[in-house]
Ligand binder design. Sequence first.
Ligand code: NDP
Ligand code: 2IT
Length: 449
Amino acid sequence: MNTIDEKLQPILSTVLHRNAGDPEFHQAAREVLESLGRVIARNPEYSDDALIERICEPERQIIFRVPWIDDENHVQINRGFRVQFNSALGPYKGGIRFHPSVNVGIIKFLGFEQTFKNALTGLPIGGGKGGSDFDPKGKSDREIMRFCQSFMVELHRHIGEYVDVPAGDIGVGAREIGYMFGMYKRLNNRFEAGVLTGKGLVYGGSRARKEATGFGTAFFVRSMLAAKNTDFEGKRVVVSGSGNVAIYAMEKILSFGGKVVACSDSSGYIVDENGIDLDLVKQIKEVNRGRISDYVEMKGQGCHHVKGGSVWNVPCEIALPCATQNELNGNDAKVLVENGVIAVAEGANMPCTPEAVHLFQKANVLFAPGKAANAGGVATSALEMQQNASRDSWSFAQTESRLEEIMTNIHAACHETSEEYGAPGDYVLGANIAGFVRVADAMRAMGVI
Ligand code: NDP
Ligand code: 2IT
């Protein structure tokens, strides 16, 4: 495992103490602090004025009650969160997650990661994240609408085009954003398009936002492979999840000539040695809101479903975890390495445990951390904000080409930074340092706030 510089150790101890009970936040903070020793050795001014302590402390954390009435007329209560982590580079920006596992520690880790990710995009956005322990599974459309409306009745007073701009994440897509936008518009009596991103195309959404995270991850992997004089052509790929990020990562990989043989959801995984039929996955997940096991019934022969288990047991050369945090552990990494994996990129936020990351790096597997590899989603959200601010709407091709350029630049920044700091090809170090330096420079310019 990596070690922490002795000057940074007390900062980590404070983070652990102050956020007792938030293991995911500890994990995310430790990983970033492990990378910063080399920066403060070279530029000691970055540890002046408790700058690193301030970067680890959210600017504001909001927790609220969300009451709503289900279809049986029962009152249900959920908890809502928004962690406004850092606004040095722009308004807080980051998704909203609806999943029963959500708690303040998870939202805090996501907001922390988002701060550096957003910095890496080079666009003027700060970091934040929100969500609720609401479980959308099995809920009717009316229940989803009533929940989203109640959530926004509280959240609306904390957000705004120049304040905080939420978007989607797990369990939140265009449907939920639509219901939340509608309630925000009603409460404020203003059509403030730039207050949320991931909107529907008819009322201010951006083309290519839906595809952006997955496409961006595929672009990033293409750059990593190119740096090693190889590409996706004919390579076996395994993707976890079958939601927004997974689906559009698969789509772009197919266009690059890769062969996706497996994907999953929280109940299990499917293997199709003929290559995953993406139109069928879209029908099941985007239209029917069904389970990935439905694939086998609908497709017929040549494929199978494994209930539970680990999708990482399926041999592949490229692995893209695109579901959730800590879904790929040390054992999974060992199996992947034994099976000859050459590249792993985090489409999800922190899906690989520290042990898994360590094993990949030790085995010289190309490894892209989420804050770099999945930054295409939030980058395209920032492009949506640009379109809203200029009351414009760009073509798919124009938006996608900006996304491609941004991902190429992020890859270059991570790679160059890893070389500059004496660890060539360590994308974790490169991403953490490149993101940190942008945020830190802005914070230093603004004084102690
Ligand atoms: P979706 O809700 O569209 O899809 C999530 C997928 O992951 C589903 O297949 C879901 O399965 C699976 N999943 C979720 N939780 C678990 C779990 N605890 N165990 C196993 N599988 C699980 O979400 P997204 O695709 O938008 O998000 C996926 C990841 O990508 C998240 O980490 C998110 O933070 C990250 N991300 C998303 C971005 C975006 O623009 N949407 C941008 C950058 C990162 P099931 O349906 O069974 O729950
Ligand atoms: O994790 C993420 O970057 C997202 N869920 C997207 C955030 C955004 O504001 O588009």
